[in-house]
Design a protein. Structure first.
Length: 270
């Protein structure tokens, strides 16, 4: 069998790569001997991640860009050149709170970073992968994408969009040698999650490490259209799927309200 690098190399592009899930994907890809283009808007954190990987012997390039920019996808693809074998579209903007409290600029930024730029990146990258007859695309979705999720309505909707795009392309490209995977992480210990100050409870009971999510996703690429990482998350999903849809949505809403009460403060136990 071809090695991972033979199938998905020589270069992987990872967006939102400075910290959290993106950095975990970068580390796991480096361990699999794939060269990296790391993309993020946080220059200092991005360079720190790249320096760590470089010191471990990885071949790393970086690109600082705001993925909300209309030209972001073009900048990324121009920097990557013709060697892209894998795109990991991880960058996203989240918002926790009442939909009515979110301003228009925030809503549009979510659409740009979570939907428009990934769409354009995939559209630019796929022709080269198809022509080569190998390669892959990973689109990060979320368990919140499966059904209505109170307090993250706009974020969940953008993640549902990513899931359907990934699963649709998985089938559309099945005879091309190009693999597509939608990844639906549950609650994961990332800086983004911690900054939202969740309270300990059902939503954080199955808290995963980003490294475990990245490893399981890369191991699953080429084997399924989508993945819920973590057995506990899969069991939780199965339980909610067994309920009437309205009941499942209300149950998830109750969990979210308990996780994000209006007067919440950082919980040191998480």
């Amino acid at each position: 069998m071809a090695s991972f690098a033979d199938r998905y190399g020589p270069l992987a592009v990872v967006t939102g790569a400075a910290v959290g899930m993106g950095a975990a994907f970068a580390r796991e890809l480096a361990a699999r001997d794939v060269e990296l283009l790391l993309v993020d808007r946080d220059e200092r954190a991005l360079e720190a991640c790249a320096l760590e990987l470089d010191s471990d012997g990885a071949t790393v390039q970086t690109l600082v860009v705001d993925l909300a920019s209309p030209d972001a996808a073009g900048e990324v693809c121009d920097a990557a050149g013709d060697d892209v074998g894998l795109l990991v579209s991880n960058a996203a903007i989240g918002y926790v709170g009442s939909f009515l409290d979110q301003d228009t600029d925030g809503l549009l930024a979510q659409l740009a970073v979570n939907c428009r730029t990934p769409l354009l990146l995939v559209h630019r990258v796929l022709p080269g992968l198809v022509a080569r007859g190998r390669g892959g695309v990973i689109l990060l979705s979320s368990l919140s994408a499966v059904r209505g999720s109170a307090l993250v309505a706009s974020y969940a909707a953008t993640k549902a969009w990513n899931l359907i795009l990934a699963e649709s392309l998985w089938d559309e490209l099945r005879d091309t040698g190009v693999d597509v995977l939608g990844v639906l992480p549950g609650t994961t210990r990332t800086p983004g999650l911690l900054s939202s100050s969740p309270q300990a409870g059902l939503a954080t009971a199955n808290l995963m490490d980003p490294a475990d999510v990245a490893r399981e996703a890369l191991d699953t690429l080429g084997q399924a259209p989508s993945l819920i990482p973590g057995e506990a998350n899969r069991e939780s999903h199965a339980f909610l799927s067994s309920l009437d849809r309205a009941e499942a949505i209300r149950t998830m809403g109750d969990v979210m309200r308990a996780t994000y009460p209006p007067d919440r403060e950082p919980d040191p136990s998480i």
